[in-house]
Structures are given as C-alpha cells and as structure tokens.
Design a protein around this ligand. Structure first.
Ligand code: MLC
Ligand code: AMP
Length: 507
C-alpha cells in the first residue's frame, strides 16, 4: 500500500453522500465523487501516454478539478507539479524546460501566450483548466471511466515536485515521495486530532505545501470535509467560519481577521483549532488573537523540502513566539552554521532536520542536494534554538530570504532583475516589517546617471520579469550602497534605514 492515494482512500467515509468539499458557490463534491473523478483523471493521463514518473505541470486557478488531477497523478504514478499562476512567462519557461513535463495544464486565458513556451520545452500535451470548471482538460475527462486500479509504487517514488527559489542561482524542484507525504499527513492528523466530523476552512493556494499537502492530505486522511474557497477573501471567510471547525492559514490571514470588526469571540467560539504557519506569527498577534477571541493559535513550522517539522501541542501549552516541539519521528537539532557541530541546548544555531518527512532531493541537481545535507540532516537555513522544555524558537535566517504573506522571495533573484535594467548600476533588495504581509520587499538602487530617481520607470521594467509578489513595493535611490571591507552590501544597515517605510496605511 505504498501509493499515497491508497493510504488516503482507506480513510474515506463509506457512505455515498459523505461530503468532501463545498465551494463558495455551494457546489459539493462527495468522497464517492473523489474516487470517481480521480479515477477519470488517472485514466485520462494514461490515455495521453503519461507514464509513472512523468511530470504533469499545472499553472491554473485553484479548483476542485486541479485537486482531482493531483489525485489522478498519485493514482497513476505520475508526478504532480503545481506552479503559482503569478509566475511570468519567463519564469514559467524555465520550469517547463527544467522539469520537462509530458503534460502541461494552463489557464484558458493564458494558453496563447504559454503554448509556444511549452512547445519550445518539448512538452507533448498542453491542455487548459479554468477556475470555473471550463477548459479542455475538464471537457476530456468526462469521457473516461470512473474505475481505475491505483498503481503500486515504491515508497520512495516521487509523488510531487514543488519549485523553491534559492539564495543563489536557479530555482530548484524539491522532490517529495509518496512516503514523505504519507508519513507527515498521518502524523499531523493524529497530532492535531483530525476526525471525520471536522470541517476545514480552506482559503490557501494549492500550489504550495501548506494548502496542498498539510490542508488537503490531512483532511482526506481523516475523511473530513472542507469549505474550499478560491482565495483568502475576508468576507467569504467570515461567512464560512460558522460552518467550520478548523482553519489553517498564514499569519496574514489572522492579521486581516483581527482587523475586521465582524470577527469576534462569538463567531469562532465553536472552532476547535486555528493553525498558523509558513511565516513567523508574532507573539503580539498570537496574544491579540487570544485576547480578542479566547482562541490560542497553534503555530507550526515547515518547509517545502521537509513538510512539517515542529508543532505546538494540541493539548498543553502553545507558546507564543515558538514553533513548538519536534513532531513524532522527526529529529530537530541546532548546529553551528559553519562547522555543523551540534550546539548545547539553548544556544542559537542553524536548525537541521532528519526524518521520514525530509524530501528526496532536488530534481536533476545532485550536487545542490548534497550541499544541503550534513551528517544525514537537512540544513534548513533557519536560525533557532531549543529551550529547556524542548520548544523550538526561530530567531532569524542564515539564508537571505524574504517571506511576504507566506510567499518566499529570494533577494538575489530580484537584484538580478533590477541589475538588468539599463538605468541601474547596482541594487540591494531587503525585507522590512509590513503590517499586513509580515515583510514587504524594498529595492535600494544606485542609478547609472546622477539624478535619476524615477521609481515608476523601474517598477514598469520589472512588470514582465518577475511575479507580482516578488516585485519591490518601494524603490529607493542612493548614491552608493553601504558595504563592508569585503565589498559585501551591509543589508542590516539598509534594513534599519528603511524599517518604517510600510508603516503608513497606504501600503
Ligand atoms: C499577493 N500579492 C502579494 C502577495 N500576495 N504581494 C506580496 N506578497 C504576497 N504574499 C500581490 C498581489 O498580486 C497584488 O498585486 C497585491 O500584492 C495585493 O494583493 P492583495 O489582494 O492584498 O493580496 P491577496 O490576493 O489578498 O493575497 C495575499 C495572501 C496570499 C496573503 C492572501 O498571498 C496568500 O494566500 N498567501 C499564502 C501563501 C502560502 O500559502 N504559503 C505557503 C507556502 S508553503 P497588485 O498588482 O494588486 O498590487 C511553506 C511551508 C510551510 O511555506 O511551512 O507551510
Ligand atoms: P518554503 O520554502 O516556502 O517552504 O518556506 C519555508 C520557510 O518558511 C522556512 O524555512 C521558514 O523560514 C519559514 N517558516 C515556515 N513556518 C514558519 C513559522 N511558523 N515561523 C517562522 N518561519 C516559518
């Protein structure tokens, strides 16, 4: 029973009417519908010649069809490869070339633009999927049988590839096996007490670990149901909360809810669990949420490469400013960033992780994979400590990374795009405190021509180069960047200078 789908399906409720998901439009999909639709997708994939181990890349709006395609991939042994719809054509071209999928599914509205990229990358089939159930993928799938024998795969077989950017160089495809995903989802189901009576409010995107694996796999493992919202829309979330028992989100979700006058204690008195992750939840927001609602948010810590590593306890103290305890079966240690020596309890170092949750490596990048492991542990790049009670606290990052609204942005990538602009000589990109997104992106640039200070020109140049969420919200012009004796930009000084630029309400 190594196939993740088979393991999940063994927990599906038996009754024909058991609901899997309702959407914002009130449309419902039953668990029997999940069995049937995922079988149809698996059959469709086979009919297209998609073989076990082939990649199926998808860049489309969130939809239940996209989830059924994910399950169809699992069932047929194909590798599901979801991509953020915000990626530009240039970014997409790289992913298609690197992953070389057999099938690429895109939004109907972008087909004309992206088909040539897919053809250039040697992709055999291009199909379309709209958020509203339109497109050639959905048209084709209905002709296929709702019977499919889920294929047997080895535990180490790859179930999904998720791309993550790096501090240097190209994006890397993290390969997650059936076993990686299964082990983490059953651990979380038990740790967070998921059961068939739960109703999960799902407002996260499904092209990342959080919304796809943590939310959806755990839900299916428990045979629970979900309210499946297209995006985090505060009105829709407030309307849906009375029907939910659990919500998962990034800190921005909780910040936005706290800012809404309709969000109060009565609205959420029946909720049994609020989970936060993907970005730091400040101890202040944690406390404000508790004071306002009486609910104690459970914060957990994960990564694309490792799934979930630590979690505050379900019963027991959920400590603000910490990400809780290592999950059962997961080993977390704190090491000296340079030497790798394990540090004594209480000292700050780089967080390293080992366990069945840890990925199988980066697609086609054995050297990069090897460089991120030390003595069998994955080097997270997060700085933290473990307190006397075993709680892990993240105190910083050894990697130059910005997390905005739960999305990762690597300054090196944004700097490279800025440096391409003819008017710019050099640049430095930093993250500074943002009241809504946690961190906001700021570009500090030196112009080629004295007196050039046109922020709008620079922003316009970036428009087609980088996904919107990576683009600096503010650009500042300086005569020179502060550098140390080695010539390295002193980003800490820049962060101090620009620390308050997002504090006014207009940002
Ligand atoms: C959208 N925008 C963002 C952004 N999201 N900019 C920076 N950071 C973001 N996260 C852009 C939009 O394109 C828009 O551009 C402008 O910012 C304002 O958009 P908005 O309407 O305010 O944003 P919204 O659509 O509401 O999205 C915000 C959000 C969303 C927080 C709801 O980003 C989101 O769902 N984030 C969740 C990310 C996530 O799931 N992360 C998990 C990673 S897995 P314009 O053109 O209008 O200015 C992981 C492992 C783990 O990290 O541990 O879980
Ligand atoms: P990603 O590569 O998108 O999977 O992002 C993983 C990174 O998100 C981690 O390395 C952390 O830096 C960050 N992260 C995830 N959860 C938390 C959390 N609860 N607190 C602080 N940072 C987090």
């Amino acid at each position: 029973m190594a196939n993740l789908y088979s393991r999940l399906e063994s927990g599906f409720p038996q009754g024909a009417a058991a609901i899997f998901a309702t959407t914002g439009d009130g449309v419902a999909l039953t668990y029997q519908g999940v069995r049937d639709q995922s079988a149809r997708y698996a059959n469709l994939l086979q009919s297209l010649g998609v073989e076990p181990g082939d990649r199926v890349a998808v860049q489309a709006s969130k939809s239940l069809d996209m989830l059924m395609l994910y399950l169809g991939c699992l069932r047929s042994g194909a590798i599901f490869l979801p991509l953020n719809p915000a990626y530009t054509a240039g970014e997409l071209g790289y992913f298609l070339k690197d992953a070389n999928p057999r099938l690429f599914v895109c939004a109907p509205s972008s087909e004309q633009d992206v088909r040539p990229l897919a053809v250039a990358a040697g992709v055999e089939h291009v199909m379309t999927l709209g958020g509203n159930g339109a497109g050639t993928l959905v048209d084709s799938v209905s002709a296929h049988s709702a019977e499919f024998d889920t294929v047997h795969v080895e535990n180490d077989a790859i179930a999904a590839i998720l791309y993550t950017s790096g501090t240097t160089g190209r994006s890397k495809g993290a390969m997650l096996s059936h076993d990686n995903l299964a082990s983490n989802c059953f651990t979380l189901k038990n740790y967070w007490r998921f059961n068939a009576d739960d109703v999960l409010l799902h407002a996260l995107p499904i092209f990342h670990t959080h919304g796809l694996f943590v939310a959806t796999n755990v839900l299916m493992a428990a045979g629970a149901q979900m309210i499946f919202l297209q995006t985090f829309d505060v009105d829709q979330v407030i309307t849906a909360l009375p029907r939910a028992t659990v919500m998962m989100g990034v800190p921005t979700f909780y910040i936005r809810l706290l800012n809404d006058s309709r969000f109060d204690r009565d609205l959420v008195a029946h909720i049994r669990l609020f989970v936060s992750g993907s970005a730091p939840l400040s101890a202040d927001i944690h406390r404000a949420f508790r004071e306002h609602t009486g609910q104690v948010i459970l914060e957990r810590y994960g990564m694309t490469e490792t799934n979930m590593n630590t979690s505050n306890p379900y019963e027991g103290e959920r400590r603000p400013g910490t990400v809780g305890l290592p999950l059962p079966g997961v080993s977390v240690r704190i090491a000296d960033p340079e030497s790798g020596t394990v540090l004594p309890q209480g000292e700050v170092g780089v967080i390293e992780i080992q366990g069945p949750n840890v990925f199988k490596g980066y697609w086609n990048m054995p050297e990069k994979t090897a460089a991120e492991f030390r003595n069998g542990y994955f080097i997270s790049g997060d700085l933290g400590l473990i307190d006397a009670d075993g709680y892990v606290a993240i105190v910083g990052r050894a990697k130059d990374l910005i997390i905005s609204g739960g999305y990762n942005i690597y300054p090196a990538e944004v700097e490279a795009a800025l440096d391409e602009i003819p008017q710019i000589r050099e640049s430095a990109v930093i993250g500074v405190s943002h009241p809504d997104m946690g961190e906001g992106v700021v570009g500090v640039v030196v112009a080629n021509q004295a007196g050039f200070v046109d922020e709008a020109v620079i922003k316009a140049e970036l428009q087609d180069q980088l996904a919107r969420f990576k683009q600096p919200r503010r650009i500042f012009f300086v005569d020179e960047l502060p550098k140390n004796a080695m010539g390295k930009v002193q980003k800490n000084l820049l962060r101090e200078t620009y620390e308050n630029v997002f504090q006014s309400p207009s940002h």
